[in-house]
Design a protein around this ligand. Structure first.
Ligand code: HT7
Ligand code: ZN
Length: 851
C-alpha cells in the first residue's frame, strides 16, 4: 500500500476556481456532469490529474472538444495544453450499492453524501485535496414523489418542475470551499424551521430536516443550534455568513456528523432527542455535536486545512470550542470530568499503544484511520493548554488574529501556533513539540516540607518512546498547583507552574502548616501524574480541595490505589474509601451531579491501564468487592440519596440531570450491596420512568444483576422500542456491557438476532464496539471474544472498511496482557492481515497493531 508522508506535501499543480455540478439523481443510477474551470498553478507542463474512485466514466471534454485522457489506479489524467480551460466530465455512480457510506449513498430512502476526507472522488473526478478551493454551483434533478426535497450547500437559487414527475433545484455557494465540504441531500423530508438574527442584524433561515415521524424530536437540536450561533458571536466574535443553515439527519453514517458548508449532515443519534427515547447523556451529546459542527463554519470551513496532516487544526480547535460551549451551558466541573474521562479512556491507551501518533501525524496509508482521539481530544487539550498559558484575553487576541489572517485559506497547525504567538505576545517555540511528539508524558511530583514553613516541589517528566519515535525531548507542561494546610484545610498557595525541562524544583515559603499537594488542577495538562500521596492525603483533598476537578481526582486516585492494592494481592482495606464517600455524600455544599461523578468507581479498563499486566478477572473481583463494601456500609445513605432524587416530572435542567445521575449511581450500589428490595426498586423505576435516563439506568442495573426481574425488563424494553433503531441500539449496548459471567455468550447470540445488522454503523458500534470495551468479557481467557471481534471485522470490512477499521484497536492492546491472551490476540490480528481482499483501512490498523 502507498504511504502518504507529510514531508512530501507539494502545492497543487492545478487549481479549480469554479465547479458546476449537474446531478440526474436516482438510487440505482445517478449521472453526474461536472464542469470545472481549471487553472495551471505555476509554470509547469504536467497534465491535469483528477482523483476518481469507483466511477463509470462516460465522457471527457476540454474546452468543448473530446480530450486525450487515461483512467488508471483511481486517477483520471487529462492532457490540457493551455494555462486555463473548461474541463467537463460525465460519470455514472450507483448510490444504492454504495455500502461504504462514502460519496453519494442511500440511507433509509434518502440520498445523501459524505465527502470528508476523500469521498468526493467517488462522486466525480476532481483534485480531491483540501487545498483546492472552488466556488460550487449544484443543480439536481430527481423524481419529485420520491425526492421532494433537494438540498445542497449555500443558498437556493432556483427550482422548478420537469416532465415525467421530475423536478429540479439549483444551489450556489458563494464561499470557495474544498470539495470535502460539498454535500447534497434528496429525500422525503420535513423540516423544523426557525430563524436566527445575527449580531449584525441579518436573518438566517434554519432548518432541521428529518423523516416526518421524527419531527417532534428535533426541538433540542434546534435550541442547541441557536445557542451555538449566539455563543460563537459572543465568545469568538464569529458570525454566520449565509442566509440559510440546514441540517439533515440520516440513520446510516460512519461518524457523528459532518460540517458541510451550510448543509450539515448528521448521524440521527446526534439530532433526535426526546425524554422518552434519549438519555441525559444523549441530550448532551446532541447539543455538543450540533455545536461542534456549527463551530466548524469558522474553524474548518472559512479556514480549512492545507493537507490532512493538519486535521487537528480544525478538529482539535473545534473540540475545544464545543467543550467550552458545553461547559458554559451546564456544569463546568462535571463537563471537565467527563472530557478527561473520555481522554483517559480513548486517547491515553492509543498514545501508549502500537497506533500512537502525534497530534500532527507524519504519515498514513488511509486518512480515515486518523480521525482519532489523539487528533481530536489530545488536539483539544493542546489548544486548552495554550488558553491556560495565555489567559482568556490574550488567547482571544490570538484567535482573532488567526481568523482574520487566514480567512479563506487552507492553513496549517503551524499557522495557528504562530497566530497565538503574535496575537498573544508569547514565545511558543518549545510548545510545538506537543504537535510533533506522540506519547503521554509522565510526571513525578514530590513535595518536601520542613518545620520552618518552607517546601520544595520536585517535578520531573519522561515522555515514553512510541512507534517511530524513540528519542523524546522534554515538553513544556503547564501544571496548576495548590497547597492546602493539613490542619485547617485552607488553601495556602496557588500557582501555574511551567515545567519546561526534564526536572524542576519549585520553592514555597511562609507555610504555617504542613502542606498537602494538589496538582494538575482542572487537568491543566494531558499527562499522567504520580504524586505519591498517601491515602490519608487523598481523602483529605477529596474533602477540602476547592477545585472541583482536583477533588474528584483525589477521590478517584484513592479508589484506584485501593483497587490496585487489592489486585496485586494486598489486604483489602476499604475503610478509607468508605469514609471519603460517606463524607462526600453527606456534604450539603456539593451538587448531585458532582457527587455522582465523585462516588463512581473507576472503570475496569482504567484500573487495567495502571497495571503492568492487565488481569481482567482480578480487576473485576477487586472492583466488585469494593462496590459491595461501599453498597453495604453506606446503604442508608444510598437509600436516602435514592429517595431524595426522585422526580415527579421530567425536566432537562442541570439540577434535574444531576439528580437522575445520582439516583442511578445509588441504585447501582444498592443492587451491588444485595439490598433485599433493590431489584424491586429497580423494576419499579424501570416501569414508572417518564424518561430514558431513569429507564435505561434501571435496565442497566437489572441486566448486571442476577435478579429475577432481569429478563422481564429486557423483554419489556425490547417490545416497547423495537421500532426505534436508536433505542434498540441501547438494548444491544446494555447487554454487550453486562458485567455478568454470561456476557460473551449473550453477545454471540445477539449477533444472530434478527435486528442485528452489519450494514448500519450505529448497530455495529452498539453491539460489537461496546462488547470490545467490556474488559472482562472481551478478554475471556478462551480467546472467544477475540475471535468474535475478528470475525465481525472481516465480515463488515467487505461492506464498510471504515467501520471495520475502527473496531481493530482493542486487539492491538495485546502487549498489555499475559502471554496466553497476547498470543490469542496476535493470532486474530494475523488472521485479519492474511485475509484475502482486505481493505487498506483494516490492513493499516491490523498490521500496525501487530508491530
Ligand atoms: N469533520 C467530520 C469528519 C467526518 C468523517 C471522517 C471520516 C469518515 C466519515 C466522516 N464523517 C464526518 C466530523 C467532525 O469532526 O465534525
Ligand atoms: Zn469536527
Amino acid at each position: 500500500p502507498v504511504i502518504v508522508r507529510r514531508e512530501d506535501y507539494r502545492p497543487p499543480d492545478w487549481l479549480v476556481p469554479e465547479i458546476a455540478l449537474d446531478f440526474d439523481l436516482g438510487a440505482e443510477r445517478t449521472r453526474v456532469r461536472a464542469r470545472l474551470k481549471v487553472a495551471r498553478n505555476g509554470a509547469h507542463d504536467r497534465p491535469l490529474v483528477l482523483d476518481a474512485e469507483g466511477l463509470t466514466l462516460v465522457e471527457v471534454t476540454v474546452d468543448g472538444e473530446a480530450a486525450e485522457h487515461r483512467l488508471e489506479d483511481e486517477r483520471l489524467t487529462i492532457t490540457v495544453s493551455t494555462a486555463a480551460a473548461v474541463v467537463e466530465t460525465l460519470v455514472e455512480i450507483g448510490p444504492r450499492a454504495n455500502t461504504q457510506l462514502m460519496g453519494l449513498y442511500e440511507s433509509g430512502g434518502i440520498l445523501c453524501t459524505q465527502c470528508e476526507a476523500e469521498g468526493f472522488r467517488r462522486i466525480t473526478p476532481f483534485p480531491d485535496r483540501p487545498d483546492v478551493l472552488s466556488r460550487f454551483t449544484v443543480c439536481m434533478a430527481a423524481d419529485k414523489a420520491v425526492y421532494p426535497v433537494l438540498l445542497s450547500n449555500g443558498d437556493p437559487v432556483g427550482a422548478g418542475d420537469l416532465d415525467g414527475g421530475r423536478h429540479w433545484a439549483e444551489w450556489r455557494d458563494p464561499f470557495p470551499k474544498p470539495c470535502y465540504l460539498f454535500a447534497l441531500v434528496a429525500g422525503d423530508l420535513v423540516a423544523n424551521r426557525d430563524s436566527f438574527v445575527t449580531a449584525s442584524g441579518r436573518t438566517v433561515d434554519l432548518g432541521i430536516w428529518v423523516r416526518e415521524p421524527d419531527l417532534s424530536k428535533t426541538a433540542h437540536a434546534m435550541a442547541a443550534l441557536k445557542a451555538s450561533m449566539k455563543w460563537d458571536e459572543e465568545t469568538y466574535g464569529r458570525e454566520y455568513d449565509l442566509a440559510v443553515f440546514n441540517i439533515v439527519a440520516v440513520s446510516d453514517f460512519n461518524f457523528g456528523a459532518m460540517e458541510n458548508k451550510g448543509l450539515n449532515i448528521f448521524n440521527s443519534r446526534y439530532i433526535l432527542a426526546d425524554a422518552e427515547t434519549a438519555t441525559d447523556a444523549d441530550f448532551d451529546a446532541v447539543a455538543g455535536v450540533v455545536a461542534h459542527e456549527y463551530f466548524h463554519n469558522w474553524s474548518g470551513n472559512r479556514i480549512t486545512c492545507r493537507d490532512w496532516f493538519q486535521l487537528s487544526l480544525k478538529e482539535g480547535f473545534t473540540v475545544f470550542r464545543d467543550q467550552q460551549f458545553s461547559a458554559d451551558m451546564g456544569s463546568r466541573a462535571v463537563k471537565r470530568i467527563e472530557d478527561v474521562r473520555v481522554l483517559r479512556a480513548a486517547q491515553f491507551p492509543e498514545d501508549g499503544g502500537p497506533l500512537a501518533h502525534p497530534v500532527r501525524p507524519e504519515s498514513y496509508i488511509e486518512i480515515s484511520n486518523f480521525y482519532t482521539a489523539t487528533v481530536y481530544n489530545k488536539g483539544a487539550e493542546l489548544i486548552r493548554m495554550m488558553h491556560t498559558i495565555l489567559g482568556p484575553e490574550r488567547f482571544r487576541a490570538g484567535t482573532d488574529l488567526y481568523f482574520s489572517r487566514h480567512d479563506g485559506e487552507a492553513a496549517t497547525c503551524e499557522d495557528f501556533v504562530r497566530a497565538m504567538e503574535e496575537g498573544g505576545g508569547i514565545d511558543l517555540s518549545r510548545f510545538r513539540l506537543w504537535y510533533s511528539q506522540a506519547g503521554t508524558p509522565r510526571i513525578r511530583a514530590a513535595l518536601a516540607s520542613d518545620d520552618n514553613g518552607a517546601a520544595t516541589l520536585t517535578l520531573s517528566q519522561q515522555v515514553p518512546a512510541t512507534p517511530g519515535q524513540t528519542e523524546k525531548q522534554p515538553m513544556p507542561i503547564p501544571l496548576k498547583v495548590a497547597l492546602f494546610g493539613a490542619d485547617s484545610g485552607t488553601k495556602l498557595e496557588e500557582r501555574l507552574v511551567m515545567l519546561e525541562e526534564e526536572r524542576a524544583e519549585i520553592a514555597f515559603s511562609g507555610l504555617l502548616e504542613r502542606p498537602v499537594l494538589s496538582i494538575n488542577r482542572d487537568f491543566s495538562a494531558p499527562v499522567v501524574v504520580e504524586a505519591g500521596r498517601d491515602l490519608a492525603d487523598l481523602a483529605f483533598l477529596s474533602a477540602h480541595d476547592d477545585n472541583a476537578f482536583a477533588r474528584y481526582e483525589a477521590m478517584q486516585q484513592l479508589m484506584l490505589d485501593t483497587l490496585l492494592r487489592a489486585v496485586s494481592g494486598g489486604p483489602a482495606d476499604h475503610e478509607p474509601v468508605i469514609a471519603a464517600v460517606r463524607e462526600t455524600l453527606a456534604n450539603p455544599a456539593l451538587d448531585h451531579a458532582f457527587i455522582a461523578e465523585a462516588v463512581l468507581l473507576p472503570s475496569e479498563s482504567f484500573v487495567g491501564d495502571h497495571l503492568a499486566v492487565v488481569d481482567p478477572d482480578a480487576i473485576r473481583a477487586a472492583r466488585e468487592a469494593l462496590r459491595v463494601a461501599l453498597g453495604s456500609a453506606l446503604e442508608g445513605q444510598w437509600r436516602a440519596a435514592y429517595s431524595a432524587t426522585a422526580a415527579n416530572r421530567f425536566e432537562y435542567s442541570p439540577a434535574a440531570k444531576g439528580a437522575r445521575r445520582l439516583r442511578s449511581v445509588a441504585l447501582g450500589y444498592l443492587l451491588g450491596a444485595g439490598a433485599e428490595d433493590a431489584a424491586k426498586l429497580a423494576m419499579r423505576q424501570f416501569e414508572d420512568a417518564d424518561n430514558m435516563t431513569d429507564r435505561q439506568g434501571a435496565l442497566t442495573a437489572l441486566v448486571n444483576s442476577g435478579a429475577a426481574e432481569r429478563n422481564t425488563a429486557l423483554a419489556g424494553f425490547y417490545d416497547r422500542y423495537r421500532r426505534d433503531p436508536l433505542v434498540l441500539d441501547k438494548w444491544f449496548t446494555v447487554q454487550a456491557l453486562s458485567t455478568r459471567d454470561d456476557a460473551l455468550e449473550a453477545v454471540e447470540a445477539l449477533a444472530r438476532h434478527p435486528d442485528f445488522t452489519l450494514s448500519n454503523p450505529n448497530r455495529m458500534r452498539a453491539l460489537v464496539g461496546a462488547f470490545a470495551a467490556n474488559q472482562r468479557a472481551f478478554h475471556d481467557v478462551s480467546g472467544r471474544g477475540y475471535r468474535f471481534l475478528a470475525d465481525m471485522i472481516l465480515a463488515v470490512d467487505r461492506l464498510n472498511p471504515q467501520t471495520a477499521a475502527r473496531l481493530v484497536p482493542p486487539l492491538g492492546r495485546w502487549r498489555r496482557f499475559d502471554e496466553g491472551r497476547a498470543a490469542l490476540m496476535r493470532a486474530e490480528l494475523e488472521r485479519i492481515v492474511a485475509a484475502p481482499g482486505l481493505s487498506k483501512d483494516v490492513f493499516e490498523q491490523a498490521s500496525k497493531s501487530l508491530g
